[in-house]
Design a protein around this ligand. Structure first.
Ligand SMILES: [Zn+2]
Ligand SMILES: [Zn+2]
Length: 261
Protein backbone atom coordinates (compact mmCIF):
# COMPACT_ATOMS: atom_id res chain seq x y z
CA UNK A 1 0.00 0.00 0.00
CA UNK A 2 2.84 2.41 0.84
CA UNK A 3 4.43 1.71 -2.51
CA UNK A 4 1.24 2.64 -4.34
CA UNK A 5 0.96 5.86 -2.35
CA UNK A 6 4.53 6.76 -3.17
CA UNK A 7 3.91 6.21 -6.85
CA UNK A 8 0.82 8.37 -6.68
CA UNK A 9 2.73 11.20 -5.00
CA UNK A 10 5.58 10.83 -7.49
CA UNK A 11 3.10 11.04 -10.34
CA UNK A 12 1.41 14.13 -8.91
CA UNK A 13 4.77 15.78 -8.34
CA UNK A 14 5.85 15.21 -11.95
CA UNK A 15 2.48 16.47 -13.15
CA UNK A 16 2.87 19.60 -11.01
CA UNK A 17 6.37 20.18 -12.39
CA UNK A 18 5.37 19.94 -16.02
CA UNK A 19 2.14 21.89 -15.66
CA UNK A 20 3.34 24.84 -13.66
CA UNK A 21 7.00 25.23 -14.45
CA UNK A 22 8.14 27.39 -17.31
CA UNK A 23 9.87 25.75 -20.21
CA UNK A 24 13.61 25.09 -20.09
CA UNK A 25 13.64 24.91 -23.87
CA UNK A 26 11.57 26.84 -26.40
CA UNK A 27 11.98 26.19 -30.06
CA UNK A 28 10.26 28.04 -32.93
CA UNK A 29 10.18 26.82 -36.52
CA UNK A 30 10.62 30.33 -37.94
CA UNK A 31 13.05 32.90 -36.56
CA UNK A 32 12.19 35.60 -39.02
CA UNK A 33 9.06 36.64 -40.92
CA UNK A 34 8.74 39.28 -43.63
CA UNK A 35 5.32 40.75 -44.23
CA UNK A 36 4.40 42.67 -47.39
CA UNK A 37 3.14 46.22 -47.20
CA UNK A 38 -0.45 44.96 -47.11
CA UNK A 39 0.15 42.88 -43.96
CA UNK A 40 -1.01 39.33 -43.38
CA UNK A 41 -0.80 36.47 -40.96
CA UNK A 42 1.64 33.68 -40.32
CA UNK A 43 1.65 30.63 -38.07
CA UNK A 44 4.79 29.72 -36.16
CA UNK A 45 4.93 26.38 -34.43
CA UNK A 46 6.42 26.38 -30.93
CA UNK A 47 7.99 23.32 -29.32
CA UNK A 48 8.61 23.65 -25.60
CA UNK A 49 9.06 21.38 -22.58
CA UNK A 50 6.86 23.51 -20.37
CA UNK A 51 4.72 26.60 -20.38
CA UNK A 52 5.63 29.78 -22.23
CA UNK A 53 4.08 33.14 -22.96
CA UNK A 54 4.60 36.22 -25.12
CA UNK A 55 6.86 38.58 -23.18
CA UNK A 56 7.54 41.23 -25.84
CA UNK A 57 5.80 42.21 -29.03
CA UNK A 58 5.98 45.30 -31.29
CA UNK A 59 2.80 47.39 -31.01
CA UNK A 60 2.01 46.97 -34.74
CA UNK A 61 1.92 43.17 -34.40
CA UNK A 62 -0.85 41.13 -32.82
CA UNK A 63 -0.42 37.57 -31.62
CA UNK A 64 -2.68 34.74 -30.64
CA UNK A 65 -1.26 31.74 -28.82
CA UNK A 66 -2.56 28.23 -28.96
CA UNK A 67 -1.21 24.85 -27.96
CA UNK A 68 2.21 24.58 -29.63
CA UNK A 69 1.50 27.51 -31.91
CA UNK A 70 1.59 31.28 -32.21
CA UNK A 71 -0.39 33.17 -34.84
CA UNK A 72 1.20 36.46 -35.89
CA UNK A 73 -0.76 39.20 -37.64
CA UNK A 74 0.11 42.55 -39.14
CA UNK A 75 -2.12 45.18 -40.74
CA UNK A 76 -1.18 47.33 -43.72
CA UNK A 77 1.94 49.41 -43.14
CA UNK A 78 0.73 53.02 -43.44
CA UNK A 79 3.82 54.57 -41.84
CA UNK A 80 5.67 55.17 -45.09
CA UNK A 81 8.77 53.44 -43.73
CA UNK A 82 9.82 49.82 -43.31
CA UNK A 83 9.47 48.55 -39.76
CA UNK A 84 10.84 45.65 -37.76
CA UNK A 85 10.83 44.28 -34.25
CA UNK A 86 11.07 41.17 -32.10
CA UNK A 87 8.43 38.93 -30.61
CA UNK A 88 9.95 37.34 -27.51
CA UNK A 89 8.54 34.14 -26.05
CA UNK A 90 9.54 33.48 -22.47
CA UNK A 91 9.65 30.28 -20.43
CA UNK A 92 11.37 29.58 -17.10
CA UNK A 93 13.74 32.23 -15.71
CA UNK A 94 15.57 33.78 -18.63
CA UNK A 95 14.70 31.12 -21.22
CA UNK A 96 13.47 32.90 -24.36
CA UNK A 97 12.94 32.42 -28.08
CA UNK A 98 12.82 35.31 -30.54
CA UNK A 99 10.90 35.76 -33.78
CA UNK A 100 12.07 38.73 -35.81
CA UNK A 101 9.26 40.45 -37.71
CA UNK A 102 9.73 42.83 -40.64
CA UNK A 103 7.26 44.69 -42.79
CA UNK A 104 8.02 46.49 -46.02
CA UNK A 105 6.59 49.84 -46.95
CA UNK A 106 6.86 49.31 -50.67
CA UNK A 107 7.69 46.43 -52.94
CA UNK A 108 11.49 46.26 -53.15
CA UNK A 109 11.98 43.04 -55.14
CA UNK A 110 10.30 40.24 -57.06
CA UNK A 111 12.62 37.26 -57.38
CA UNK A 112 11.24 34.03 -58.90
CA UNK A 113 13.03 30.77 -57.99
CA UNK A 114 13.07 29.98 -61.72
CA UNK A 115 12.66 32.15 -64.81
CA UNK A 116 11.04 29.41 -66.88
CA UNK A 117 8.26 26.87 -66.67
CA UNK A 118 7.91 24.01 -69.16
CA UNK A 119 4.88 21.83 -69.86
CA UNK A 120 4.40 18.64 -71.84
CA UNK A 121 1.55 18.58 -74.32
CA UNK A 122 -0.68 16.99 -71.62
CA UNK A 123 -0.52 20.28 -69.68
CA UNK A 124 -1.04 20.60 -65.92
CA UNK A 125 -0.19 22.98 -63.11
CA UNK A 126 3.24 23.95 -61.87
CA UNK A 127 4.32 26.26 -59.08
CA UNK A 128 7.27 28.60 -58.74
CA UNK A 129 8.32 30.13 -55.42
CA UNK A 130 8.46 33.93 -55.61
CA UNK A 131 10.54 35.88 -53.14
CA UNK A 132 8.92 39.30 -52.79
CA UNK A 133 7.77 41.78 -50.16
CA UNK A 134 4.94 43.02 -52.34
CA UNK A 135 1.73 41.59 -53.76
CA UNK A 136 2.53 41.29 -57.47
CA UNK A 137 -0.05 41.52 -60.25
CA UNK A 138 0.19 38.67 -62.74
CA UNK A 139 -0.24 38.77 -66.49
CA UNK A 140 -0.24 35.48 -68.41
CA UNK A 141 0.08 34.99 -72.18
CA UNK A 142 -2.62 33.29 -74.26
CA UNK A 143 -2.81 29.56 -73.60
CA UNK A 144 -1.60 29.79 -69.98
CA UNK A 145 -3.19 30.95 -66.75
CA UNK A 146 -1.19 32.18 -63.78
CA UNK A 147 -2.11 33.27 -60.26
CA UNK A 148 0.00 34.56 -57.40
CA UNK A 149 -0.76 33.82 -53.76
CA UNK A 150 1.44 34.26 -50.71
CA UNK A 151 4.86 33.62 -52.25
CA UNK A 152 3.75 31.06 -54.83
CA UNK A 153 3.02 31.50 -58.51
CA UNK A 154 0.79 28.76 -59.97
CA UNK A 155 0.87 28.33 -63.73
CA UNK A 156 -1.67 26.15 -65.53
CA UNK A 157 -1.65 24.98 -69.14
CA UNK A 158 -4.48 22.90 -70.64
CA UNK A 159 -3.68 19.93 -72.89
CA UNK A 160 -2.25 21.19 -76.16
CA UNK A 161 -3.47 19.60 -79.38
CA UNK A 162 -1.91 22.28 -81.56
CA UNK A 163 1.75 23.00 -82.12
CA UNK A 164 4.19 23.96 -79.39
CA UNK A 165 3.56 27.33 -77.77
CA UNK A 166 5.47 29.84 -75.71
CA UNK A 167 4.89 33.11 -73.94
CA UNK A 168 5.96 35.42 -71.13
CA UNK A 169 4.36 35.61 -67.70
CA UNK A 170 4.82 39.03 -66.18
CA UNK A 171 4.81 39.85 -62.47
CA UNK A 172 4.64 43.51 -61.53
CA UNK A 173 4.41 45.40 -58.26
CA UNK A 174 4.94 49.15 -58.17
CA UNK A 175 8.23 49.73 -60.03
CA UNK A 176 9.41 46.11 -59.69
CA UNK A 177 8.86 43.39 -62.27
CA UNK A 178 9.93 39.89 -63.23
CA UNK A 179 9.41 37.73 -66.31
CA UNK A 180 8.95 33.96 -66.47
CA UNK A 181 9.13 32.19 -69.83
CA UNK A 182 6.43 29.56 -70.30
CA UNK A 183 6.62 26.87 -72.98
CA UNK A 184 4.45 23.89 -73.84
CA UNK A 185 5.15 21.07 -76.24
CA UNK A 186 2.47 20.31 -78.80
CA UNK A 187 1.66 17.76 -81.44
CA UNK A 188 4.43 16.88 -83.86
CA UNK A 189 3.90 15.60 -87.44
CA UNK A 190 4.77 11.90 -87.47
CA UNK A 191 5.93 11.97 -91.07
CA UNK A 192 8.52 14.75 -90.83
CA UNK A 193 9.21 14.63 -87.08
CA UNK A 194 8.35 18.31 -86.77
CA UNK A 195 10.89 19.61 -89.28
CA UNK A 196 8.20 20.33 -91.90
CA UNK A 197 10.32 18.71 -94.63
CA UNK A 198 10.87 15.23 -95.99
CA UNK A 199 13.48 13.72 -98.36
CA UNK A 200 12.64 14.40 -101.99
CA UNK A 201 11.19 11.14 -103.39
CA UNK A 202 12.16 11.97 -106.95
CA UNK A 203 15.93 12.30 -106.41
CA UNK A 204 16.18 10.49 -103.10
CA UNK A 205 17.72 13.54 -101.51
CA UNK A 206 20.54 13.96 -104.04
CA UNK A 207 19.11 17.06 -105.69
CA UNK A 208 20.02 15.54 -109.09
CA UNK A 209 18.19 13.13 -111.35
CA UNK A 210 19.59 10.86 -114.08
CA UNK A 211 18.43 11.72 -117.56
CA UNK A 212 19.13 10.30 -120.97
CA UNK A 213 21.76 12.37 -122.72
CA UNK A 214 23.06 11.54 -126.17
CA UNK A 215 26.59 10.09 -125.94
CA UNK A 216 28.20 13.01 -127.76
CA UNK A 217 26.65 15.47 -125.30
CA UNK A 218 27.57 13.66 -122.05
CA UNK A 219 31.01 15.31 -121.81
CA UNK A 220 29.35 18.69 -121.97
CA UNK A 221 26.25 18.41 -119.81
CA UNK A 222 26.80 15.10 -117.97
CA UNK A 223 24.03 12.62 -117.49
CA UNK A 224 22.47 14.25 -114.47
CA UNK A 225 20.17 17.20 -114.25
CA UNK A 226 18.88 19.28 -111.38
CA UNK A 227 15.85 17.80 -109.65
CA UNK A 228 13.10 20.34 -110.21
CA UNK A 229 10.84 18.75 -107.64
CA UNK A 230 13.09 19.91 -104.78
CA UNK A 231 14.04 23.30 -106.16
CA UNK A 232 16.77 22.58 -108.70
CA UNK A 233 16.69 24.59 -111.90
CA UNK A 234 18.36 25.54 -115.11
CA UNK A 235 19.66 29.04 -115.04
CA UNK A 236 20.36 29.00 -118.72
CA UNK A 237 23.07 28.13 -121.18
CA UNK A 238 26.20 30.21 -121.52
CA UNK A 239 29.18 29.97 -123.89
CA UNK A 240 30.93 27.92 -121.23
CA UNK A 241 28.09 25.40 -121.11
CA UNK A 242 25.02 24.80 -119.10
CA UNK A 243 24.64 26.48 -115.77
CA UNK A 244 22.32 24.90 -113.28
CA UNK A 245 21.63 24.61 -109.64
CA UNK A 246 20.87 21.29 -108.05
CA UNK A 247 17.85 20.77 -105.80
CA UNK A 248 17.97 20.86 -102.00
CA UNK A 249 16.98 17.16 -101.82
CA UNK A 250 14.16 18.05 -99.41
CA UNK A 251 10.55 18.96 -100.09
CA UNK A 252 7.75 20.39 -98.01
CA UNK A 253 6.11 17.67 -95.92
CA UNK A 254 2.81 16.81 -97.66
CA UNK A 255 1.19 15.61 -94.40
CA UNK A 256 1.54 18.86 -92.45
CA UNK A 257 2.13 21.29 -95.29
CA UNK A 258 5.48 22.29 -93.80
CA UNK A 259 4.22 23.37 -90.35
CA UNK A 260 5.76 20.37 -88.56
CA UNK A 261 2.57 19.83 -86.51
ZN1 LIG B 1 5.12 16.94 -91.63
ZN1 LIG C 1 14.62 16.17 -105.62
Amino acid sequence: MKKQLFLLWAFLFMFFLSACNGANNICVDKNSISFPIGGGEENVSVTADGSWSVKDCPDWVTTETQEGMILIRTARNETGAPREGDIVLAGKDDVTATIHVKQATKCTHITPASDKVEFDKEGGTQTIAIDTDGSPQVEAPEGFTATYDNGTLSVTAPANEAGSKRGEIKLTCEDQSATIYATQKGNVCQRCGGSGKITCPKCNGKGLVHVYVAPEMRDIVGSEQPCEKCGGNWDGTTDAGSVWRKGSGRIKCPDCGGTGQ
